[in-house]
Design a protein around this ligand. Structure first.
Ligand code: GLN
Length: 473
């Protein structure tokens, strides 16, 4: 069984547990052996929990005595910005050094209620700001398929943890693509649910109107199983919605925004691969159709206004008094704030706080933040219109495969361009799924690629339906 750890999905694990062919303890031991071997070079985990074997043992006892729980004994890795009571959580930032969570995020509580166990905290871009994991205060995460390349971000640690075979699944957060893009770079499945489908309670906030907890898994089915556990309304997050009932439809028509997905701006192999995915979908019986999303070309501009504005406000709470790091400025409270924030935040976080404060300042609020929100409404309308004609929208997940570490260091704008296909779903609030498809061979290494399906609000079921068929599940 051990040699299978990189490919085991939740259903197979549960079946093996039930038949007594595998125990949660054995599975965790196999994952720990992988971490022992790989993590020093990949840097996917910031911490491996010292109680994971104990928790696995407890789960084994429950399995033996016929206990139920959809995830009983299933080990999951958790991004460092999602709170687990009693454990450290730091959003990969120095400013949260020493902070321990005093409560469970709702998603964590729901996973626990179904018997899941947690293997460790995964590395990420500091405060989820980034698309390569190079913005972590604890060093970049390397791509398991090519150690010279990035794992993607900001949930790069979670993606690498699943891809390297050290956890059955991982949870992450997605504000502009942070689950789907690293999933694509690392060759795993990534789901960003509808805004409000999963509670954000206990997720360290970045851009609150965009943030969603998402899933990184080995199969579309696993994403479906986990989504079903963590979704639903929550009194602790008043943006959550009720579990949407199924509309009973089978999605058949797929829209392709041809203006957006064209040869220009895309890696030629990504473009070719995308066309192959269209062919495959047509062979599976789907109808494809060219659609227009006229405001999508402004999506990056909207995103890089709305996100830093909201992030700068959310990050105001880290002042050296309430959480984590405290630096004494030697000259009263204000000097403590300045000293702590200067020492605690990294370069990209400071950049976004500066931009956000500028955007929200008295003279510019209307010109930037409000304007971006008006444009966002028009983008939402584009999606509503498109979904009257088609059931799903297909794009590549990212315009390129994983790039080389350091390549975009001095060019944040080219890094932001990597988000071109993912930010639209966050701005519109619709759910989107990245499924691995194809590779690009560079220097003898096969770099994974991914394609992305977006569905109407609360129609995750359509993503799972097409995703499973497309992924041959
Ligand atoms: N890469 C995007 C950014 O840098 C997305 C981040 C995210 O989804 N958390 O903002």
């Amino acid at each position: 069984m051990e040699r299978d750890t990189k490919t085991l999905t939740i259903d197979r694990i549960r079946e093996a547990f039930r038949r007594g062919e595998l125990s949660s303890t054995e599975l965790v031991q196999a994952y720990l052996a992988t971490i022992e071997k790989e993590n020093a070079s990949l840097n996917a985990y910031l911490e491996v929990f010292d109680d994971v074997l104990y928790e696995a043992g407890e789960a084994d006892k429950k399995i033996k005595s016929g206990g139920d729980g959809k995830l009983l004994g299933v080990p999951i890795a958790v991004k460092d910005n999602i709170l687990i009571k009693g454990k450290r959580a730091g959003a990969a930032s120095k400013i949260l050094e020493g902070y321990r969570a005093s409560y469970d995020a709702t998603a964590i509580a729901r996973l626990k209620a179904e018997g899941a166990i947690f293997i460790g905290r995964t590395n990420m871009d500091e405060f989820a700001m980034g698309g390569s994991n190079e913005n972590s205060a604890y060093g970049p995460v390397r791509n398991p398929h090519d150690h010279a390349r990035v794992s993607g971000g900001s949930s790069g640690g979670s993606a690498a943890a699943v891809a390297m075979g050290s956890a059955t699944a991982a949870i992450g957060s997605d504000t502009g693509g942070s689950v789907r893009q690293p999933a694509s770079y690392c060759g795993v499945v990534g789901l960003k649910p509808t805004y409000g489908a999963v509670s954000r309670y206990g997720l360290i906030a970045m851009g609150s109107s965009l943030d969603q907890i998402g899933l990184l898994t080995r199969s579309v089915k696993d994403a479906e199983i986990l989504f079903d556990v963590i979704r639903g309304s929550d009194a602790l997050d008043n943006t959550t919605s009720l579990r949407a009932a199924s509309d009973g439809r089978v999605p058949m028509t797929i829209g392709i925004p041809g203006d957006l997905v064209s040869e220009t701006g895309l890696d030629p192999i990504v473009f070719k691969n995308f066309n192959e995915s269209v062919k495959k979908l047509e062979e599976l019986g789907y109808k494809t159709k060219d659609i227009k999303l006229p405001h999508a070309k402004f999506a990056l501009a909207m995103y890089y206004i709305i996100m830093p504005a909201e992030a700068s406000s959310n990050l105001a709470r880290f002042d050296g008094v309430k959480y984590g790091l405290h630096k004494d400025g030697g000259n009263g409270l204000l000097s403590d704030y300045l000293e702590t924030r200067s020492a605690g935040f990294g370069k990209e976080v400071k950049r976004r706080i500066l931009i956000g404060n500028y955007i929200l300042s008295a003279g510019y609020y209307d010109a930037y933040y409000n304007k971006a929100n008006m444009a966002r409404e028009m983008l939402r309308k584009d999606f509503r219109t498109a979904f009257q004609e088609v059931d799903l929208i297909l794009t590549p997940t990212a315009p390129t495969p994983a790039f080389v570490i350091g390549e975009k260091d001095n060019d944040p704008l080219s890094m932001y361009l990597e988000d071109i296909f993912t930010v639209t779903a966050n701005l519109a609030g619709v759910p989107a799924l990245s499924v691995p498809f194809g590779t690009k061979e560079v220097g003898g290494k096969k770099l994974p690629l991914g394609i992305q399906f977006a569905a109407p609000w609360n129609r995750e079921e359509h993503l799972f339906e097409v995703g499973k068929r497309f992924n041959n599940e």
